[in-house]
Ligand binder design. Sequence first.
Ligand code: ADP
Length: 607
Amino acid sequence: MFDEKDSSAGFATRILGVLGYSRRALTLVWTTSRTLTFTLAILTLVAGIFPAVIAYIGQLIVDGVLDAMSSTTPDRARVLWLVALEAIVVIAVAASQRGISASQSLLRALLGQRVNVMILEKALTLQLSHFEDSEFYDKLTQARREASSRPLSLVNRTFALVQNAISLISYAVLLFTFSPWAVVILLFAGLPSFFAEAKFSGDAFRLFRWRSPETRMQMYLETVIAREDGVKEVKLFQLGPRLLQRYRDIFEKLFVEDRRLTLRRDGWGFVFGLLSTTAFYGAYVWVVSTAINGEISLGAMTMYLVLFRQGQSAVAASLSAISGMYEDNLYLSNLYDYLEQPVLTRGGDAKKGPDPSRGIEFRNVSFTYPGSNARAVDNVSFQIRPGESLALVGENGSGKTTLIKLLTRLYEPTKGCLMLDGLELHKWDVEALRQRIGVIFQDFGRYQFTVGENIGAGDVRYIDDEKRWAKAAEAGMAAPFIADMPDGYQTQLGRWFKGGRELSGGQWQRIALSRVFMRSDADILVLDEPTAAMDAASEAAIFDHFRSQSHNKMTILISHRFSTVRAADQIIVLHDGAIVEQGSHESLLELDGQYAHLFKLQAKGYQ
Ligand code: ADP
């Protein structure tokens, strides 16, 4: 049942090693609010010392009463004063405990926010590939789930430990007058439960880590079953019961493990707890017999018993604080793993290149996605000069979007190089580079913000600029339907928030297009199938407008509609990541290859 593989010395070192995050957690809490941390520390001290004071006054009261009973001139006033004094100390303890819990609540809120902001700030520095890596994603979810409560818990436990340690020392000082051995018994009776606790905390943490993929699947199932974007298919394909069953199965599996751990934890907790109880009653017998022998006063006996009982619970509380700290440390190691994930500091601070007339150049660029063995882009070369347009054509999965991701530096090429204005892309300052690019991907963002913000998002500098929204919406052909909406540009989109409106696929695309038009100073415009959900007439109108806006700009266009593609200066046909044909519409028709074939096929469809 209790398979202790480590030697206890090794185990103890491991516990000490893992406590290394405590210092960082303390710093984190201290820098979050000095006042609150300081208040917490002072109140903890008070709450630590006063219980022993109460026990001491208790002794004085009992002995005072006994004195009074045996005296002919009883000193009532003194005893009553002592009772009043005890009441005052008890009130002080109660006040400090309230104060502790208030400071803790406030700190918890501040700290939760701080850690969440840290997690999100880190997320902003990560690369796209991090989010696509399931292992890393695990770290992120784990960090988010647990870590905001753990630092405070660690600090609370540290303070609880200090508080109990102070109480214990004060009890020990008083108990020492009875016998040093009593102190020894007090301290050691709790140790076995402590080691058991620490071991089970470690087990619980390992369980938590291992099962993270399953927990994530559960979270995902919740989203699919209970969120608007999943609901349609779940209902119509009758997936509900099946998904719910999967959800239940995961719980069953996890619960079996949980139950085993809980039962073992509590079973051993009880067994080791018995040990402490035995020690306590042993000491009880000892103190009582000493009192019967007349070696100590009745008051002293009461005090020693109180000290022993409270001392024992202080030992138990300290040890459980330590094992809790161990557990918190394990969880915090997760948070710091995530926060310290190295991010490639992508060098380059160039804000312009030596020869702007050279535009964009891809030179023998190849790219393989991490974890994949096929090339998504295979030895691709082309050039787009200012004022030129390029259309990418190819079946799904031929690498069109990947080319755009390389251009926008969401990924770095595995081989070859990309140049902009005659300077290698990686030498550019990322911000300066992205400032120049206006891009919409097929899976553009559908933000649950207002219409205006959805458009304004195209250029954060002007995210609240209504005049620019209107201009961009005009260009993206979104203005007419926005005008019909109840609150115009202030209409909330999406269904998550009150009064939110849902748009059709084509309407969303117009919003996304308008977003690109917000970026009026970008000179590289990329449209990745932005008009697939629109009717042909709207698409033609949008591209007319697009062309009229884009002299001197470089444009890249991905579309399956040849009516749109044919107007580009240069057309590239991709297959399995490689270029198979390249040229103008006329030259490709003349070549009579794949492009000509597909073009004719589509033209026939329209006849
Ligand atoms: P297209 O835009 O032409 O439809 P993509 O550039 O999206 O094609 O994809 C090219 C290839 O790269 C496909 O085989 C696809 O499976 C693969 N791929 C796309 N995105 C990823 C990714 N994030 N991780 C791994 N492979 C990917």
